[in-house]
Structure formats: C-alpha cells, structure tokens
Design a protein around this ligand. Structure first.
Ligand code: NDP
Length: 283
C-alpha cells in the first residue's frame, strides 16, 4: 500500500483575517472534489507580507488569495501578472505556474460570471457606484466583456476620474465620471447598476447608497458586492421594484471557483460553496 501524507497547500494572506469565510468555502469545495488540498487562512501584517510570500514559495504552496490590505502590495513580490490583474493594478489570487508565482484577479471575473447568469453584458450601459479595488476589477472586466458604456459614480473625484481614465485609455468602453455629492437619479438608459462601495457591509447593515430608489426600473439588473449581509438595503429596494438582483455571495463563490480552477485545474461545485456560505450567514 502506498502512503502519501503531503497535502497541496493554498491559503489567504490578509489583515484582519478572522472574519473572512473563504477558508470554509474553499475547504468544502476541496472535500467535495475528494482531493488532498488544504486552504489556510493567515493573518499577515503589511510589514511581513514579503516574508509570507517567501514562506509560501519555500513550502511549495500552489497559490494563495490576497485580501485587504495586500492586493496591490503583493505585486512587488510576484514573478508576473495576468492581463486583467495588470490592468486593474491589483491581485486577489496568486497561482504557481512552473516555478513562477503569477498574480491574477478573479474579483471582476467572478462578478461577471454571476452577472452572465442573469444577463449578457455585451452592449449594455452600466452604472457603477464606487471606484475602489472592487469597482476597478468589475469595471475592467465589464469593459473587456464589451459593455457599451460605464458611468463611475464616486464621492472622491480623484479616484473616480482615475478609474474613468484607465477605462478610456486602456479599453474600448466609453466611460465617464459622475460626482456623488447629492442623491443620484438612475438615468433611464442604464441597464445594469452595481454597488461596489463598502456601504451596507456588516456591522453597518442599515447604511444605504445615496440614490433615488424611485428611479430603479424593473428592466434593470441590480448587483451588490456586499457579501455580509447578502440582502442589502439596495437589493431590497431593487427587488421591491421588480428588478433582477445579484448578491455579493454570487461574486464571492464565483471568484472562488475561478481560483480553485487556476490552482487545481479542476471545476469546483459552486452549489456546495454557496450552501456553505449560506449556512454561515444564516447564523
Ligand atoms: P475600497 O476601500 O477600495 O473602496 C471603497 C469604495 O466605497 C470607495 O469608492 C469609497 O468612495 C466608497 N465609499 C465608502 N463609503 C462610502 C460612503 N459613505 N458614501 C459613498 N461612497 C463610499 O474597498 P474595496 O473596493 O476593496 O471593497 C468594496 C466592497 O467590496 C467591500 O465591502 C468588500 O467586502 C466588497 N468585496 C466583495 C467581494 C465579493 O466577492 N463579494 C470581493 C471584493 C470586495 P471614496 O473613494 O469616495 O472614498
């Protein structure tokens, strides 16, 4: 009988790390796939990120996720970047390819996959609330997927305009910036509305994005990136108006499926992953 006690290792580097449920979701997927892979959630302060990456390399990790605050800083410690990670300027998934550790970004791709279950974004008009890391990832992937226009609505003008300039300069989409100093009416030509701000994230569950919810129309698809709680005030308002809605758990699951595919080469069972998260957030 041949014995084998050496698991393949993946994991996550972030700070804070304790409230990140990704480990439960990925390990449920590995178990269901019946593969001897592990995912270890690690709290890594910024000053020790280089050591953590060197440690992962020394221990032959097959890859790892990076979350707040390492998504940009990790790039300096990698051997290369995938196309959208390069455009986005941030990495959430590192993949060992041969001897190299390559940075990818699955946040926007995961979002796109969830969106495509409801609507094909090609040729559509999109409004994105926010211009931070999640917004950059989503906007770049939507642009690469051929949406017609993207309106970036952000409180901080500099950050909003920087994202608009990136989209207009590096992709074929028509992007423009809208300032967010008052309640926003959603224009009638918008097909897809995305909240990619932190508004509504636990514990600030009563916080609402400053839009006129009377201007939501049933023909719109409304998506939110907030994973906890998945039913945000925005999604509640959109549902009441008859819109199709997509919650932040869809993005979380789909980016996880893509990461597992990058690492293992195999498709994970997204239902098992979603059920694991549902059970966690039901508590
Ligand atoms: P960032 O800190 O990079 O960006 C935050 C954004 O929210 C900025 O645009 C900021 O605007 C805006 N914002 C925050 N508070 C307000 C407010 N009161 N009014 C208006 N705008 C506000 O965060 P990330 O982009 O990294 O993350 C955003 C969210 O995405 C988080 O809640 C995170 O949990 C979620 N996320 C979900 C994922 C998933 O898989 N579901 C994956 C990745 C992220 P300004 O520039 O003006 O400060």
């Amino acid at each position: 009988m041949s014995l084998h006690f050496l698991s393949e290792i993946t994991g996550s580097f972030s700070q804070p790390a304790a409230e990140n449920p990704t480990v439960a979701m990925v390990e449920a997927a590995y178990k269901e796939m019946k593969i001897d892979w592990r995912y270890i959630n690690c709290e890594v302060p910024p000053a020790l990120l280089a050591d953590a990456v060197a440690g992962a390399k020394a221990m032959n990790w097959q890859g790892f996720n990076c979350s707040v605050p390492h998504k940009v800083a990790v790039i300096a410690h990698l051997d290369g970047l995938g196309e959208s990670a390069q455009l986005i300027g941030a990495v959430n998934t590192v993949v060992k390819r041969g001897d190299d550790y390559i940075g990818e970004n699955t946040d926007g791709k995961g979002f796109l996959q969830g969106l495509r279950q409801q609507v094909e974004p090609h040729g559509k008009s999109v409004m994105i609330l926010g211009a931070g890391g999640a917004a950059r990832a989503i906007a770049v992937e939507l642009a690469l997927a051929g949406v017609a226009s993207i309106t970036i609505v952000n409180r901080n003008k500099n950050r909003g305009q920087t994202l608009v300039d990136l989209l207009n300069g590096k992709t074929t989409v028509k992007a423009h910036y809208l300032s967010w100093d008052k309640t926003i009416d959603i224009p009638e030509d918008i097909d897809i509305l995305v909240n990619s701000t932190t508004i509504g994230l636990y514990p600030h569950v009563e916080q609402e994005v400053n839009i006129n919810s009377e201007t939501l129309r049933a023909e719109m698809v409304v998506a939110d990136v907030i994973p906890n709680p998945p039913k945000t005030k925005l999604l509640e308002a959109a549902q009441a108006k008859g819109c199709q809605v997509i919650d932040g758990l869809a993005m979380l699951v789909n980016q996880g499926v893509l990461g597992i595919k990058y690492w293992t080469g195999h498709d994970a069972n997204s239902d098992v992953m979603r059920q694991t998260l549902n059970a966690i957030f039901a508590k």
